[in-house]
Design a binder for this molecule. Structure first.
Ligand code: 13P
Ligand code: SF4
Length: 391
């Protein structure tokens, strides 16, 4: 195994890469300066009534999230995607991998729409099926494949989820990564190993900080190096094989800024997402998914001080909603997720008004074979025991 060629996948076959989906803006997109955009969105949503169900991830802009029927983190949105089986259209205000999961989890007659096809995820793009299959072959060459359980973060394309479904693995999100890893380690006896795609930080933070594995138990598979940059002996010795992927937003937070804010704001509590680096998470007071971050701030006493390391739309919304608490962004620079921000009011209005006119635009449709296998891994996640937002 050396390097792999990466063929362009046909549209809709479970790839998250914007370049392969085609991202041209529709010609009749309303102008961003149209003062009637909010009224137009309300009118279109009202005209569609129960026919449309709008899901919104917490990182969405305020201008869009106000129209969501359900808001949530990746886990909650996956769980709630099928909540309205009577809705013909599920408009997903989030990114491509989330819309794919919604398509897999909703009924065959329901159509999932992503208002802007350029809303991808750079992290999901870091693990591609040919690369993952090459890594899997390397596990076989090292004589350990039978012991390895593949676990993929929700932030991956449908074909990676399908790979996990076919190979005895599971999907996880930032809210259930620990339970999913516990499940995975119970699958093949005491010698079980896990390969975790595509976010090395979530994998490492969960394995080391929540489950007691050491940093030496973890190795990093670099898909751009021959053999992942690892020897067969390293693969044999590892318990956790972390894919070399990361979130470009959460990867920005730095331990230096944590120290600076602690010195500047007495009593500040550092609250971060587990996609942050291990060094940042080690210095934090609390770590959890976006839903956990929201619940923590809601439950915090008035007058408490917080520095939050997650996407800026959410941090700004929390600061606005809780003026009695001091909420600071854990970075000196503005840091939105640029692909989450692709879903803006013009695209939302365009998608909804097109539906009113009987035209389905930007449908996200996972092919049946990928859907069947990805559903196996998603369903294993939804069936996991223990912690969820309901608890
Ligand atoms: P959660 O929704 O699981 O908190 O993940 C955050 C994220 O980066 C989504 O893209
Ligand atoms: Fe992807 Fe990070 Fe943006 Fe989430 S915040 S969509 S993981 S780039």
């Amino acid at each position: 195994m050396t390097t792999v060629d990466l063929p362009l996948l046909p549209l809709g076959r479970g790839t998250d890469r914007a370049s392969e989906r085609g991202v041209e803006c529709p010609g009749d997109l309303p102008s961003a300066s149209d003062p009637d955009l909010v009224a137009r969105a309300h009118a279109a949503k009202e005209a569609l009534g129960e026919r449309v169900f709008v899901l919104g991830h917490h990182y969405q802009r305020d201008e869009v999230i106000q129209f969501a029927d359900v808001t949530g983190d990746s886990f909650k949105l996956a769980r709630d995607a099928a909540a309205r089986p009577a809705a013909e259209f599920v408009v997903f205000c989030g990114v491509h991998f989330m819309a794919e999961s919604a398509d897999i989890l909703t009924g065959p007659e329901q159509q999932v729409i992503l208002p802007d096809l350029a809303a991808g995820c750079s992290m999901a793009d870091m693990a591609r099926l040919p690369q993952v299959e090459a890594a899997w072959r390397a596990m076989a060459d090292a004589g350990v494949q039978d012991l390895v359980v593949p676990v993929t973060y929700m932030n991956s394309s449908a074909d990676i989820k399908a790979f996990c479904g076919r190979n005895g693995g599971v999907v996880c999100t930032s809210s259930n990564a620990e339970v999913a890893l516990e499940w995975a380690f119970a699958q093949k006896g005491p010698d079980t190993k896990v390969i975790f795609f595509p976010d090395q930080h979530l994998g490492r933070n969960t394995a080391v900080l929540k489950m007691g594995y050491s940093l030496d138990d973890c190795v990093v598979w670099n898909p751009h190096l021959p053999g992942g940059g690892l020897t067969a002996d390293q693969l044999r010795a590892a318990k956790v094989i972390l894919w070399k992927g990361h979130c470009s937003v959460h990867g920005r937070f730095s331990p230096v800024v944590v120290d600076e804010l602690r010195a500047k704001i007495p009593g500040v509590q550092i609250l971060v997402h587990p996609e942050c680096t291990h060094e940042v998470v080690l210095k934090a007071d609390l770590v959890g998914s976006t839903e956990f971050i929201i619940k923590t701030i809601e439950a915090a006493p008035a007058g408490s001080s917080w520095a939050i390391g997650t996407e800026l739309n959410l941090v700004q919304r929390l600061a606005k909603a809780h003026p009695d608490k001091q909420i600071t962004f854990l970075d000196k620079d503005v840091c939105y997720c640029s692909t989450m921000n692709r879903i803006d009011l013009p695209h939302f209005v365009w998608a909804l008004e097109s539906l009113v006119e009987g035209v389905v635009v930007n449908r996200i449709e996972v092919d049946p074979e990928t859907e069947r296998d990805a559903l196996v891994a998603l369903q294993r996640m939804l069936d996991l025991p223990g912690k969820s937002h309901k608890d």
